[in-house]
Design a protein around this ligand. Structure first.
Ligand SMILES: *Cc1c(COP(=O)(O)O)cnc(C)c1O
Length: 224
């Protein structure tokens, strides 16, 4: 995409964000130049879904921006991103948490993570089931991991045009976050929900972090 378009899109999205809502620009499948262009326009947080792609982009761009990992993360790839990643938003199993904790320890870091919760109708989406998450958190599972800072929850709504259903999913994610607050400290303050097609609704339902890709960088080449 040309630089002007990225800048304009970014400003359009920003205008709709209330204060206190963080914009993560989802740059997966988009070129390093697009990321740099957005960064020059003041964008600080970027989201990537694939480890290899993130590592390649980090090699080029480095720590000038904050990298959020938002895709399904395989345990054997954790070591490649833990040295530099700002936040892993897709923590979706206790075993993955164990691996992140261990790798973070090796590089002397504390890694911020969000608990990914599955509320959408699609079976294919990942994340903890709400009951399962409440049970693990209640047992103190995550307080065992001294190198992980659990900052909140991340979730996706069902892929549907029915905005009432989408809103119900967002409200559910928000309620799950609220019910987990008592187990964590004040740093448990993030609700990451809302993408290009639904972020205004997500904000109305309490989102504090939106992950917007195509609305900023244009359509992705199909590879998903
Ligand atoms: C790709 C992706 C997004 C951004 O999607 P857009 O519809 O392009 O805004 C947000 N969150 C996750 C988890 C994604 O994989």
């Amino acid at each position: 995409m040309d630089r002007e378009a990225v800048r304009n899109n970014l400003n359009t999205v920003r205008k709709l964000l209330p204060e206190g809502v963080t914009l993560v620009a989802v740059s997966k499948f988009h070129a390093e130049e697009d990321i740099l262009c957005a960064a020059e326009a003041g964008q600080t947080d970027f989201g990537e879904s694939y480890v290899q792609e993130l590592v390649r982009k980090h090699d080029v761009i480095g720590d000038r921006v904050r990298w959020h990992f938002i895709g399904h993360l395989q345990r054997n790839k954790v070591k490649y991103i833990v040295p530099f990643v700002h936040m892993i938003q897709s923590l979706d199993s206790v075993r993955l948490a164990e691996t992140i904790n261990c790798e973070a320890g090796k590089c002397g870091r504390k890694v911020e993570c969000l608990l990914e919760v599955h509320v959408a109708a699609e079976q294919t989406k990942s994340g903890f089931l709400p009951e399962e998450l409440e049970e693990e958190v209640g047992k103190g599972t995550f307080s065992r991991f001294g190198n992980i800072v659990v900052r909140g929850v991340m979730g996706m709504a069902t892929n549907t045009d029915d905005m009432n259903a989408v809103r119900r999913d967002f409200a559910r994610i928000r309620d799950i976050k609220t019910s987990l607050e008592k187990y964590f400290g004040p740093q448990f303050d993030i609700i990451s929900m809302g993408m290009s097609d639904d972020y205004p609704a997500a904000i109305e339902e309490g989102s504090s972090m939106v992950r917007v890709g195509s609305r900023i960088f244009g359509p992705r080449p199909v590879r998903e």
